[in-house]
Write a protein that binds this ligand. Structure first.
Ligand code: PMP
Length: 325
């Protein structure tokens, strides 16, 4: 079934109908992958709709644009407001949020500079990325034969459309081989990340995840999980990890805006732990879901409430650090 969105899309400052949000086939981004984007989520919490770490997502978006020399007149504040306005215009309670900054229509030389820097914000309803069952039972993954780009080829700190050509190869290979997801190594052979998510592993009660230098996208869920794990008293080590650590770990899990926190039950047909969600994965998952579902006080100030009227109903005690714009 083709992707069917509804409602309004924000394009360069105007709200247009989903069906009319079109760009020309000669746009630079289509040919040369000259776009940078974000994926964030808005959750329906008992205290109203709230975006998770909206400010951090917009900051990463603007950093991605800076890396790719894309100047935009939009500031962090105007983009945050534009996202919130678009959610309100669509009257969504919960949604996936996809802002994209891209090189539009002018010339088709490789040089991106002559092409305008356009901005769009799309929203749609998106359920569990790897399926509902995956959150409890875990998924089967394989180490991909495709590696992440070397540090001096594509900047992994930028969430650029071009990087997703690599992600697509990783994902397609995994699916064609009967797995839910692929885990890429970096160009030196150390564990990097999944096609669209970061990876964590647990051995002897210590939590490990590859560092930013392992060609990963510095995930906002990854950062949140590290913070929550510290809050719970776990040791988290960001270090280069050889591939075989995946085979001898007690637990492995993926994290990302789309997958949230999803256990991995096997890697390359080797069972991880007892083949089911492990206890630390479950604890981290619960802590994460409690925050995004608004079930615990927002002590880190990660939620931005969308509808001011709902935000006003928040009890003061649970509003620690919460924001509205
Ligand atoms: N790595 C890649 C390649 C991704 O596409 C994503 C999803 N944006 C992540 C990691 C996780 O990042 P985040 O937690 O910010 O969604």
């Amino acid at each position: 079934m083709p992707f069917a969105g509804t409602g309004k899309i924000w394009m360069n400052g105007s709200l247009v109908d989903w069906a009319d949000a079109k760009i020309h086939v000669a746009s630079h981004v289509i040919h040369y992958g000259s776009g940078v984007f974000e994926g964030a989520r808005c959750y329906a919490t008992p205290k109203g709709s709230a975006c998770f770490r909206l400010d951090t997502h917009v900051e990463r978006l603007l950093n991605s644009a800076k890396i790719y020399r894309m100047d935009t007149p939009h500031t962090r504040a105007t983009l945050e407001d534009a996202i919130l306005d678009t959610i309100r215009a669509n009257e969504f309670k919960a949604c996936y949020i996809r802002p994209i900054i891209y090189r539009g229509y002018d010339t088709l030389g490789v040089n991106p500079f002559p092409c305008p820097v356009d901005v769009a914000i799309m929203l749609w309803q998106w359920g569990k990325y790897l399926g509902d069952a995956a959150l409890e039972q875990g998924v089967d993954a394989k180490v991909s034969s495709w590696t992440r780009a070397s540090a001096n080829s594509f900047p992994s700190l930028a969430k650029s459309s071009a990087n997703y050509a690599n992600s697509g190869l990783i994902k397609m290979e995994a699916i064609a081989d009967g797995y839910a997801e692929g885990i890429a190594l970096d160009s030196s052979g150390y564990i990097s990340e999944g096609s669209g998510e970061n990876v964590f592993l647990i051995r002897n009660n210590t939590i490990y995840t590859p560092p930013v230098s392992a060609a990963i996208l510095p995930g906002i869920t990854r950062d949140s999980v590290i913070t929550l794990a510290h809050d719970m008293g776990y040791t988290v080590r960001e270090e280069m990890l050889p591939r075989e650590m995946l085979y001898v770990s007690d637990e492995v899990f993926f994290v990302g805006t789309a997958v949230e926190v999803t256990p991995v039950r096997s890697v390359d047909k080797r069972q991880v732990g007892n083949g089911r969600r492990g206890p630390i994965t479950e604890a981290v998952q619960r802590a994460f879901f409690d925050v995004i579902n608004g079930e615990v006080p927002d002590t880190h100030g990660w939620l931005t409430y969308v509808y001011p009227a709902e935000a006003a109903l928040r009890e003061p005690a649970s509003a620690v650090g919460a924001k509205t714009r």
